[in-house]
Design a protein around this ligand. Structure first.
Ligand SMILES: Cc1cc2nc3c(=O)[nH]c(=O)nc-3n(C[C@H](O)[C@H](O)[C@H](O)COP(=O)(O)OP(=O)(O)OC[C@H]3O[C@@H](n4cnc5c(N)ncnc54)[C@H](O)[C@@H]3O)c2cc1C
Length: 411
């Protein structure tokens, strides 16, 4: 495949979204370019705002992924020189606490001169200008022509079970994205879901004195990582990449992620709450209807029983669908979409454009870990290679780029 030539344009490379996916791209690009050629836009005006908020709201004790997964291209960048503060040993690896991870991100952005570079702007539109150049319409009313755009906006929408859709808008109901254990008090809270977010919410609310009911459609699945580590290497990724049919690849992602799961250490904490009578866990329980009453919400279950609750938290997952994303819907008409995910070129561009994706939406190229920190690093390697006019697929395979990135003082 012919790779696009390196940029000759003086227009910037624009990264939309300052989450971990945008940061992974900015890190590698900042290592290879003068940061002035980069613009990073996010309405929050800061790095990792959603990430920090979610970790705080769920009071998450550690990341699920090991400390070698983070936005810098060198896997050992976070582990540094051996300081083990904020690292929790788990089955032969270290899991960073959110504080350690965020300190690392602050050091990384500070060291690369990226700390103050997130502009508090929202991209409202994305068009192809003359010669196929991407042009952004921004929330301040300006239009921004770009050499390339990296869309790392994580346009994921909460999945609400059909029986509960009419409850949306009721102030007593929150999605997993909104639910905040710090607001829990001595009330009845029902958490729907069987994954890690549901478990964190149930444990957090119980610790604050709430009477928690956790309803899961299936028996809880206990697993260390959300995707089996075999998906990090060529044994699984090579046949995945070789599969011509995007629908088959989409299905493989679904099977590999396999719905929600809970790591053993969090499962043990949940069971302590169950044994202490602070959480009532009901597995294989589906909600088939709900009544909104002034005294509480009544949930009707498929086994004929009912649960009455003061508050309802829906930790029922999220879904990316680029066709429903106003920013990408126009580009999405030019490629195959398999259940929400677009078929992208090797450099993660929409075919015939200079618009790259990063994050979960790149799943058909990167596989089931596209939405994880390791997937963000692989996306960044591919995009940076494309900017340099190199082979993106090769860059992903051998993870080039680490050598060009400066070491942090901690090393
Ligand atoms: C609670 C939780 C814990 C997780 N833990 C782990 C873990 O331990 N390990 C792991 O590998 N993965 C983990 N993940 C998965 C994944 O790494 C995170 O979801 C990660 O935040 C996704 O990064 P992102 O950059 O794609 O999206 P986000 O973090 O959601 O960032 C997207 C950014 O885009 C901005 N944005 C949106 N629209 C626009 C626009 N139009 N213009 C400009 N900016 C825009 C938003 O403001 C936001 O800041 C976790 C996810 C969650 C929710």
């Amino acid at each position: 495949m012919a790779h696009q030539p390196p940029a000759t344009s003086t227009d910037p490379i624009v990264i939309l979204g300052a989450g971990p996916a945008g940061l992974a791209c900015a890190t590698v690009l900042a290592c290879h370019h003068h940061p002035r050629q980069l613009r990073i836009l996010d309405p929050s005006g800061t790095w990792l705002s959603d990430w920090r908020r979610r970790f705080a709201q769920q009071e998450i004790p550690t990341l699920r992924s090991p400390a070698v997964h983070h936005p810098h291209p060198d896997p050992f960048a976070l582990l540094g020189t051996g300081d083990r503060e904020g690292l929790v040993r788990s089955g032969g690896t270290y899991l960073p606490t959110p504080a350690r991870f965020e300190t690392f991100v602050d050091e990384l952005t500070g060291h690369l001169g990226l700390a103050d570079r997130v502009e508090p702007l929202h991209a409202l539109g994305l068009e192809q200008g003359t010669g196929g150049q991407p042009v952004l319409a921004l929330s301040d009313g300006t239009r921004l022509p770009a050499d390339r755009v990296v869309v790392a906006t994580n346009a994921r929408r909460a999945v609400i079970p059909p029986a509960l859709r009419e409850l949306v808008g009721d102030p007593r109901v929150a999605t997993g994205e909104q639910a905040d254990v710090r607001t829990a008090c001595e009330s009845r809270i029902t958490v729907i879901g069987g994954g890690l977010s549901a478990a964190h919410l149930a444990i957090g609310a119980a610790q604050r004195g709430a009477r928690v009911t956790m309803l899961a459609r299936r028996r809880l699945t206990v697993r260390r990582f959300d995707v089996h580590p075999s998906w990090l290497g060529p044994r699984k990724l090579r046949p995945f990449a070789a599969e011509a049919d995007p629908v088959v690849r989409r299905r493989a992602i679904e099977v590999a992620r396999g719905g929600g799961s809970i790591p053993p250490r969090i499962h043990a904490r949940l069971h302590e709450c169950v044994e202490a009578g602070r959480v009532e866990l009901r597995e294989r329980a589906s909600v088939i209807g709900a009544d909104q009453r002034p005294a509480g919400i009544v949930l009707h279950l498929d086994n004929g029983t009912a649960v009455e609750t003061d508050r309802l938290w829906l930790a029922t997952g999220g879904r990316v669908d680029v066709s429903a994303d106003p920013l990408l819907a126009g580009l999405a008409t030019h490629t195959v979409i398999a259940d929400g995910l677009p078929e992208l070129c090797e450099d993660l561009t929409f075919p015939g454009t200079r618009v790259h994706l990063a994050g979960a939406a790149t799943g058909l190229r990167l596989g089931p870990t596209a939405g994880n920190l390791i997937g963000h690093r692989r996306a960044a390697a591919r995009i940076a290679a494309a900017v340099r006019g190199e082979d993106p697929e090769r860059a992903d395979r051998i993870q080039t780029g680490a050598g060009a990135c400066p070491r942090l003082p901690r090393w």
